[in-house]
Write a protein that binds this ligand. Sequence first.
Ligand code: XIL
Length: 474
Amino acid sequence: MKLTARSVSRAALVTALVAATGSAVVLTATTASAASTLGASAAQSGRYFGTAVAGGRLGDSTYVGILNREFNMVTAENEMKIDATEPQQGRFTYTNADRIVNHARGQGMRVRGHTLAWHSQQPAWMQSMSGSALRQAMLNHVTQVATYYRGKIYAWDVVNEAFADGSTGARRDSNLQRTGNDWIEAAFRAARAADPGAKLCYNDYNTDDWTHAKTQAVYRMVQDFKQRGVPIDCVGLQSHFNSQSPVPSNYQTTLQNFANLGVDVQITELDIEGSGTAQAQNYERVVKACLAVTRCTGITVWGIRDSDSWRSYGTPLLFDNNGNKKAAYTSVLNALNAAPTTSTTTTTTTTSSTTTTTSTTTTTTSTTTTTSTTQGPAGCSASVSALDQWSSGFVATIKVTAGSAAVNGWSASLALPPGVTIVNSWNSERSGSTGTVTFGNVAYNGGLPAGGSTEFGFQANGTAGALSLTCTSR
Ligand code: XIL
């Protein structure tokens, strides 16, 4: 991420990070000065603001005028889907997709690739395939398309919409699913091999409400992928909202929980049916939720004018049919401009490796942590390695590191301040939710080599304050 220093009125937060490379990076978050377009205002906090583009509208000067002025990320609305890029098996056509990619890149915009593997918008030849022939054809498609666009794609929606709606948390039945449950990870591995520079995302809808079975199921899949080393870098939340599917009150929690798995989160197809102030307020809530989550790296709306939308009857976008800015546009721009700006002020590089710079939008981070060790051969230590505090709660990631000898199991005991209650935790066995809480390893993360580490996390209500930890190993 490239961050530029800008003139600022006051410094609001200074966070010091020590990256694994030994580089020290000091990030200064300051109040953003007002930018006048969506892309520029999102860039102030290191994020992007994108739109879906329909190739057929690139001759419309009003459309292109807004596109070029406002956005800095583009997704092809249909032109990179399987039926578009491989209409006959083994015959790839990129003309329409290239028109969009070239337009975007010519304007200095980046591109999200959408999508390599999906049950929908498959060409007829693929729809009629099954079994190992289909698995091979799918993997070949992923490989060919990701290779063709290697180096030009910021993030790929490698797999789209693979989970069922409703209360089961099951995979969606499809010809791809029937090739075996591992079809998703196989697609991700093929995509990584073809374009190692692109972020690889899993993308879905109805994954916005943290309590929904589908959200939980996607969360568990991403957690499992991270644990087993399946290459995944991001989760896309389509976020198509209307009165049947409103912006959930726990939307930020969902974004944060996914981010805490160690992936970026992107809002990939945002549209919100409605009009006037109510619509503007819903857009504002979505933007603020993203801005409050450090790893929410950008927002894409699913079209430019209401008349460009796949749900045009719901007038769900930021510009009206004539290309005028709606109230929703103004609320989005204002929310983006109110975000703390992040700029890199100091970088001391001690090795030649890449330093990862993280944008910080959290305004209150009061943590301290301590650690201590002992027992077992050479003990272990535990520390809070990430903590995001919002007005009523926080999420913490705790890292357990083995001492100079391997450990076969560990437990970390954490003294919570009064008033703090844990509501959720992952990657550990927990006893208790208030006072002194103990987290023990689970089957897959108990064994650590000397100096090796693993992470687990929890979400709590209340204010973190000073957290103190003790680690015990065996
Ligand atoms: C939609 C397009 O907007 C329409 O033009 C097309 O007819 C159908 O697909 N989830 C997705 C997108 O991932 O690809 C879909 O786009 C909308 C729902």
